[in-house]
Ligand binder design. Structure first.
Ligand code: HPA
Length: 246
């Protein structure tokens, strides 16, 4: 049974971790929607980490690229076909909670779907989402991180369509409705993974404070730069979590 790891924007470091890793470009997997955004390598890597079978999805497609909810969850269904029961979803996110700082890793405790779509549209799949992000996996992740001297806070992830960043007013709104993190991915995948009976662990890298929190503008370059800076810690953390789960 494999554990899967989905790597977000600029967070591709873990792709090199699996031993005897075999990489398949998404373009060679029938039906896979290709990503066009810089920082997304776009390949599926199968290998082993500490004796545990692992599948890494390096790069994902997003709704803001014009893909449908069905298309952005293609990879999750592919993982289910390959027997994956646990998936770790990583992403770059803006920090809404002012106790966060850029470069911090935060466990996703829950999400708010503001993407106006759902990968289960078309069927009567009234699935329960009351523990969409596994408590068990969060407990394991926190313990593993503590062993590295790392404290992982938790937060609610608001998923927006993008691709423009939010306005300061939108960030104040998101804070008021209970969001700590904001991003443009993960939510569709979490819904699809829950539907397929997978346990989900979500880890956000706070690549920047959200719009209006600091007196500075947001850039995709900053998102990628912070991702690059945190990649090493995230890569080690992911490896240790996978080993703890095996
Ligand atoms: N907003 C939305 N998505 C993001 C952000 C942000 O500030 N940072 C990284 N992804």
């Amino acid at each position: 049974m494999s554990i899967a790891v989905v790597l977000g924007s600029g967070l591709g470091g873990f792709a090199d971790t699996p031993e005897e890793g075999r990489a398949t470009p998404y373009s060679e997997i029938p039906g896979w929607p290709a990503s066009k955004v810089i920082g997304h390598a776009g390949k599926l890597i199968e290998g082993r980490v500490g004796g545990q079978d692992v599948i890494v999805l390096a790069g994902r497609s997003h709704l803001y690229e014009g893909y449908t909810a069905q298309q952005v969850t293609f990879g999750i269904r592919e993982l289910a076909k390959r027997g994956v029961k646990q998936v770790i979803l990583t992403n770059a996110a803006g920090g809404i909670n002012t106790s966060y700082h850029a470069g911090e890793l935060v466990l996703i405790s829950d999400h708010i779907n503001l993407q106006n779509t759902n990968p289960l549209v078309g069927g009567g799949n009234f699935i329960d989402m009351s523990e969409a992000y596994s408590l068990r996996l969060r407990d394991i992740a926190r313990a593993v991180a503590a062993g590295m001297g790392l404290v992982l806070k938790e937060g609610v992830y608001a998923g927006l369509l993008g691709p423009s960043f939010e306005t300061p007013a939108e960030i104040r709104y998101l804070r008021a409705i209970g969001a700590d993190l904001v991003g443009m991915s993960t939510v569709m995948e979490t819904i699809a993974a829950n539907h397929l009976g997978m346990e989900v662990l979500g880890i956000s890298c706070v690549t920047n404070m959200a719009a209006g929190v600091l007196p500075q503008k947001l850039t995709h370059a900053e998102v990628l730069e912070t991702g690059e800076r945190v990649k090493g810690t995230l890569t080690t953390l992911l490896g240790n979590i996978v080993r703890a789960l095996s």
